[in-house]
Design a protein around this ligand. Sequence first.
Ligand code: PEP
Ligand code: MN
Length: 337
Amino acid sequence: MIIVLKPGITKKEETAVLREIRKLGYTPHVMRGVARTVVGAIGDERTHANLESLSTWAQVESVTPIQKRYKLVSREAHPSDSTVTARKVVIGGKKFQVMAGPCSVESEDQLLRTAVAVREAGATILRGGAFKPRTSPYEFQGLGEKGLKLLAKARKETGLPIVTELLSENHADLVAEYADILQIGTRNAQNFQLLIAAAKTGKPVLLKRGMSMRMEEWLLAGEYILANNNPGLLFCERGVRTFENYTRNLLDLSVIPILKSETHLPVVIDPSQGTGKAALVTAMCKGAVAMGADALIIEVHPNPAEAWSDGAQQVTLDGFKKLMQEIRPFIAAAGRE
Ligand code: PEP
Ligand code: MN
């Protein structure tokens, strides 16, 4: 903690503050400036008494914690990069990973055609929503368990591991039975009971950023996963709300270097929800790769014009093939395979 003393306090008042700091179990280090005296209180804030009570003292101007509120996700706790593995596919390692597939699972034909095509083009993980978080109750809500069964079938045919959304605590065991990675959507990014339930399944968790979440809130949401004994966490940026409505969201690529310095965990970018426009997806992928992301998650549909959700942002099978060709040099330039 950093304790700033009020200007003009007497030596006696200063001594009283230092005595209190020692009493609470910390070692005070005094730094005397021209106008103010600053005290660094050294000790572990997790195991010692809370020094914030000092802010009520008349001699004290401010008390500022120096330790971060998130611990397990922080790079301080784990200096080297960590990786997350889903059925032998390693995310966060040397190899760049691409997750691709439809926004929603609609039918066996739609899913299998997409799965085969994205694998051919180089995708390594299949995405597809079975439980869909829809803004309107009158919109398609997903096929539910039938969708999960189709995803399992597509995995069997293609060998691609599956990432799919967990929407409710009630479905945690069911979804974990089929999925290789559980997606927590933007609307649930701070549904803490759901985060705990997801963590407890033991499956890796892809945590989307809440659409109005600050970095610290996102990191603390991620902390819920690790604090519940699940080390398999992926942070996924999918865009935030701003005044702009040319794009669906503002895809915040600045999170890549921020997450890389603050955490040891892999970073995934979702340019599909991030822009809402298929024509913008490839360019955002190139940017994300160049900036050091570990993986992409991209919506792909055989016929986007007839998609049951998010038609405008899904790329076609051919479009995806072209996208993969275009991002290859960027993957190589970023030192990835
Ligand atoms: C999705 O991936 O289809 C989705 C609903 O994502 P988000 O939670 O980011 O909106
Ligand atoms: Mn979608």
